[in-house]
Design a protein around this ligand. Structure first.
Ligand SMILES: [Zn+2]
Length: 724
């Protein structure tokens, strides 16, 4: 055996390599591949101090100089002449095929390389996984589960889950759909309530601290698995603050703080305590997260509690540029390798998997799984192995499929076909500087908004007929608002509120509003006070209550500015009758989840539509329900919660009666300024009187300050039709 040391020069880096010259050149090539990721067949190796002699199979490796330069050949053949688009897509297809072939080849080579370098002994690998197996068994303890459940505002999360489904039009979710929606709310809640700790603040004075290394754990700390305790010295008092790294999730439920290890550990307990099939996911390059099985999607879902992110397995490799090697799922039902779910570069990942060979790894995981499944019944065992094999199939299928980030985003991906086709036509409409849309057609679930606006007519009519002073009218509206606020804070399934001073003569006028909120009023036995309670589905009320509160708030503000109530108070823009609703929306783009297109039509001030590239032009289209022809007579736009520079400044509103072939301008505005946040601006349509359309489009030409933002955002868009 002749050992040699070479220095491999590549690009601007150099890599030392130890090498046995009795092995042939192929082995050297694999070694180089392992460090540079240049596949062996693309390597040209030249000896630097030897007149740049190219190294071949015939070269005597023992005689070579110490420095070898590596040149990457192939892979740079992209400079082909531009063909027609058809030729180009053929060429692209071929390139994709070549790419796949290259990747498969690289996988094979990495596997061979692994045979050389990986430790045959797999005990070490098993040793690293085993502690986590005991860890996850703690999640099965009823005491720990109970402690975790007690800290969760279950009712509130259930309500949020149901409202999120209702916003997609799903008022009758299945058991599994509800479960999945609740899981996501649990994730968001956890992210809000857990604290990330770099250096803890001083226990005594709350000031900043500086790390002092490790201390030895106290018995009270050891009791909750804190084998490691970090010490921090205060920067302004002599106190030393201890940061025990607890492993027992029971303690973490109480402390609610830590780094990703603590977060994932504790969140996985929460998932188990609500009955989700859950796994702790261990990424050996230094991160931990959770997976839960979704019965509504029929697959395992990635959940990262630190990030509040779900179902985005490419987050690490693509988003963070992480070089993954082993990603192992550990649950009470076994241990398995899920690395392939989190990578699209399996061949590269393989080349880094040198802790053990693939076959010994599989053997270790099998043993650990068998230990976990020893006492299960044959029925349970066969259900588990069916799920295992389905998962393997799914992972393999996704591994070589192109990565499409939008697939995993929330929201419905449905919509009718013609409109999708139309969307591509708009995409090519260059003169409107329309960027191509990546968001689907979405349905507005907003009939409650229209019903609430309509319900103000009888109330205001009553005020006018009674010739009520403005102050008294405001007082009554405030009374209604207070009852609705009480209802909002009550448990959503059994909402109930009482009012003891509501004037009886207005009860009748209030009926429309209560109906729009799926509520009813009952007179108490004393004949004076009033109880408001649910009459329909709790979800309907949960969805509509915030809308009614926003609308009432606005009405009170508008009313307070009036000197006197008159017949004029019963018309637009004071009263917002015949609001168009339940149509579908398509936008040039949207920001998910916070700037979804339908948020412009949901009647909630706080939510908004946002086009991340809309500052210099973007659009949003609205198609009426069942393509009904409507004559628009007015519309309103409301500025969003923040960033005034993103407000629209110039726009055109158009209507089409032939499915978008021709457009009629309905209104044009320039240099509009929203001075305040949540400011509503009302516009009457005076051009094209009598024109009927079933498709409307806003083309926003520019925002308030195009130089400081690329975005456009709007709090709301409301369209109003004629009475007909
Ligand atoms: Zn201090």
């Amino acid at each position: 055996m002749v050992a040699r040391k070479f220095v491999i020069l590549h690009d601007d880096s150099s890599f030392p390599i130890e090498y046995d010259t009795e092995d042939d050149l192929e082995v050297l090539r694999f070694q180089i591949f392992s460090i540079t990721l240049i596949p062996p067949d693309e390597q040209k190796i030249v000896a630097v101090d030897d007149d740049d002699r190219v190294v071949s199979n015939e070269t005597d490796l023992a005689s070579l100089s110490d420095q070898l330069r590596l040149v990457s050949i192939g892979g740079d053949s992209e400079e082909r002449s531009e063909g027609t688009s058809a030729e180009k897509s053929d060429a692209e297809m071929m390139k994709a095929d070549e790419e796949l072939a290259r990747m498969l080849q690289a996988e094979e080579e990495a596997m061979m390389f692994q045979q050389y370098v990986a430790a045959q002994d797999s005990n070490e690998f098993g040793g690293r996984i085993r502690p986590y197996v005991s860890q996850i068994l703690m999640y099965e303890d009823p005491v720990r589960q109970d402690a975790a459940r007690k800290t969760v505002p279950r009712d509130e999360l259930e309500e949020k889950a149901l409202v999120s489904l209702a916003k997609e039009g799903n008022f009758e979710p299945s058991h599994h759909e509800k479960d999945y929606a609740f899981l996501l709310q649990l994730l968001f809640w956890f992210k809000r309530s857990f604290r990330w700790v770099n250096e803890p603040s001083c226990d005594r004075c709350g000031n900043k601290t500086i790390g002092q290394g490790m201390g030895s754990p106290l018995s009270s700390e050891l009791a909750y698995g804190a084998n490691r305790v970090e010490l921090y010295r205060c920067t302004s008092c002599p106190t030393i603050t201890r940061f025990p790294r607890y492993n027992d999730p029971l303690k973490l439920v109480e402390t609610k703080r830590g780094r990703c290890g603590e977060w994932a550990n504790c969140f996985t307990l929460y998932c188990r305590s609500f009955g989700y099939d859950s796994r702790l996911i261990l990424d050996l390059t230094d991160h931990v997260w959770t997976e839960c099985f979704s019965h509504s999607l029929g697959r395992w879902i990635h959940l990262d509690p630190c990030e509040g992110v779900y179902d985005k397995p490419m987050l690490y490799e693509k988003g963070w540029g992480k070089k993954l090697n082993y990603v192992i799922a550990i649950s009470k039902d076994g241990v398995c390798d899920v690395t392939k779910r989190y990578t699209k570069k399996w061949h590269e990942v393989l080349s880094r998997r040198t802790l053990t060979t693939e076959s010994s790894l599989q053997a270790v995981l099998r043993t650990l799984t068998m230990e976990r499944r020893r006492s299960l019944t044959p029925q349970v065992l066969s259900a588990l192995s069916l799920r295992d094999s389905n998962e393997q199939e799914e992972i393999e299928r996704n591994l070589h499929s192109p990565d499409d980030a939008s697939v995993s985003l929330p929201g419905r991906q449905s919509g009718d076909k013609e409109w999708r086709i139309m969307r591509s036509e708009f995409g090519s409409d260059g003169k409107n500087s329309v960027s191509s849309s990546s968001c689907p057609v979405r349905t507005c679930v907003d009939d409650h908004v229209t019903n609430i606006y309509d319900s103000f007519l009888p109330i205001l009519t009553h005020f006018v007929e009674d010739d009520l002073p403005v102050a008294r009218a405001v007082e009554i509206l405030d009374m209604i608002k207070q009852v609705l606020m009480d209802l909002k804070t009550a448990p959503f399934k059994t909402r109930k509120a009482r009012s003891s001073s509501f004037p009886e003569q207005f009860l009748h006028a209030l009926e429309g509003l209560l109906l729009a909120l799926s509520l009813k009023s009952e007179k108490d036995t004393d004949g004076k006070s009033l109880t408001i309670c649910l009459v329909g589905k709790p979800t309907k009320t949960a969805l509509a209550l915030p809308v009614a509160l926003d609308a009432l708030r606005e009405l009170v503000t508008d009313l307070s500015k009036c000197q006197k109530l008159s017949k004029d108070s019963l018309s637009f823009p004071f009263l917002k009758q015949n609001r168009v609703c339940s149509g579908s929306v398509l936008a040039s783009a949207e920001e998910l989840p916070s700037g979804i297109a339908t948020a412009a039509f949901d009647g909630i001030q706080e939510s908004k539509w946002e086009d991340p590239n809309g500052a210099k032009g973007c659009w949003i289209m609205y198609k009426t329900l069942y393509n009904q022809m409507q004559q628009l007579i007015a519309y309103e736009l409301m500025s969003a919660n923040d960033a005034p520079e993103r407000d629209p400044k110039d726009w055109v509103l158009e209507g089409s009666s032939d499915g978008g072939s021709t457009w009629q301008v309905l209104d044009k505005q320039t240099c509009q300024v929203f001075e305040e946040r949540f400011q509503r601006k009302s516009y009457k349509i005076s051009t094209s009187p009598g024109f009927q359309a079933n498709l409307f489009r806003f083309r926003f030409l520019c925002v308030r300050d195009v130089n400081s933002t690329s975005r456009l955002q709007l709090g709301s868009i409301d369209l109003y039709r004629s009475h007909r």
